[in-house]
Design a protein around this ligand. Structure first.
Ligand code: GSH
Length: 213
């Protein structure tokens, strides 16, 4: 009997879901896409913290994009995202974590929702810009002198899987001027040429919003 496809609980515009979609595509894993509505109370049974993404793979249910991607890395070893070399592996994890812990949570709808009404839209946007800029500048510093095609080499690795959705959100949702971050701007152009990244883009998901994001 054929194995069941993993089920991805996702939202098109969620940058955290976008990371997992890229990893699944790069690894060539076929999956069932299940769009989660923000107000779906049943979803709490899948992920108690109620955030997307989550992945059900057979009897394994895992949520949080980094945990999911590390799970995929062990389960589906095709297109490994973490190199053996300890220095490059550490750099991949560091960049992924800067995006995951020090940028995205500070730009997310939960935080923007909290400050809504207390601050005007311009002030909220300034806060988001501050944290994206802080993170992007740090990553540019870490990559000083880098002349590879992607962040940590000429192959797409974990850092790239986290960078692409973060830059995409920066450009499309927060009007970030990427010319201030020359390495990231160059990688972003390269990511957009890769079919696995294209397939994972928000606008190519079944629940893509019909309005510009
Ligand atoms: N650390 C989590 C964060 C997940 C997260 O913040 N998801 C957002 C979308 S990118 C979400 O579900 N937001 C819904 C809400 O804020 O209620 C991960 O990397 O998966």
């Amino acid at each position: 009997m054929a194995a069941m496809k993993p089920v991805l609980y996702s939202a098109a515009i969620s940058s955290c879901s976008y990371r997992v979609r890229i990893a699944l595509s790069l690894k060539g894993v076929e999956y069932e896409y299940r769009a989660v509505e923000w107000n779906d109370t049943d979803y709490e049974k899948i992920n108690p913290i109620k955030y997307v993404p989550a992945l059900q793979d057979g009897d394994i249910l895992v949520s949080d994009s980094l945990a999911i991607i590390l799970y995929l890395e062990d389960k589906y070893p095709q297109h490994l995202l973490l190199p053996q070399d300890l220095k490059r592996k550490a750099l991949n994890l560091q960049i992924a974590n800067i995006v995951c812990s020090s940028i995205q949570p500070l730009q997310c709808y939960a935080v923007i929702g909290l400050i809504k009404g207390k601050l005007g839209p311009d002030e909220s946007l300034q806060i988001v810009h501050h944290y994206i800029d802080k993170g992007f500048r740090a990553i540019e510093k870490l990559l000083e002198g880098c002349d590879s095609k992607f962040a940590t080499g000429d192959e797409v690795q974990l850092a790239d899987v986290f960078l692409a959705p973060q830059i995409h959100a920066g450009v499309t949702r927060f009007d970030i001027d990427m010319s201030k971050y020359p390495h990231l701007e160059r990688f972003y152009k390269a990511y957009m040429e890769i079919p696995a990244f294209q397939a994972a883009r928000p606008e190519n998901q079944p629940d893509a919003p019909s309005l510009p994001q």
